[in-house]
Write a protein that binds this ligand. Sequence first.
Ligand SMILES: [Zn+2]
Length: 160
Amino acid sequence: VDIIWAPQREKYIKSVAMSRGKCFLCEVVKQKNDKKNFVLKRGRSVFCILNRYPYNAGHLMVAPFSHLSDLDKLPEATFKELFQLTKEMTRLLSGVLKPDGFNIGINLGKVAGAGVPGHLHIHIVPRWNGDTNFMPVVAKTKIVGHSLSKLYNTLSKEIG
Ligand SMILES: [Zn+2]
C-alpha cells in the first residue's frame, strides 16, 4: 500500500511552495534563517530541511542549493553529497525516532507528483508498522508549528 506519494497532497504543497511565483527551496537557501525555516543542515552544495507538510513525523527533504530539475544536470560532487547527506539524515532519524523503515524517493516532474517541479529534492519519510492507517491524521496534526519546532530542536541537537 503506497499512499505516501498521494498527488493531491503535493498539489497543496505546491500551491504553498509556489505562492508569489517563487521557489520556496531557493528562498530558504537565500534567507539564511535556518531556524525559522527548519533547515537542519547546510553542506557544501546541498542542504536538509524539515518538511512543513509532512506525510509522517520526521519527514525531511534533501536538496541542492542550485535550482536544478534533472539528475543529469547535477554536478558529480553535488550528486554525491546529495546522497551522502540523505544517508546521514536517515541515520539521524533512525536514532532519534526509531522508525521501522523509510520511504526515500525523488518525484521528478509534475506528472510524478513533484511538489516543487523545478527544484530537485529527495524525500526521507520515516515509516512505522501500521502507520498507513492513521497517516492522514498524523499528516494533518503534524502541521502544528510547535511540534515541528520541537522535532527541529531535537534533531539539531543530535547534529551538534
Ligand atoms: Zn529552487
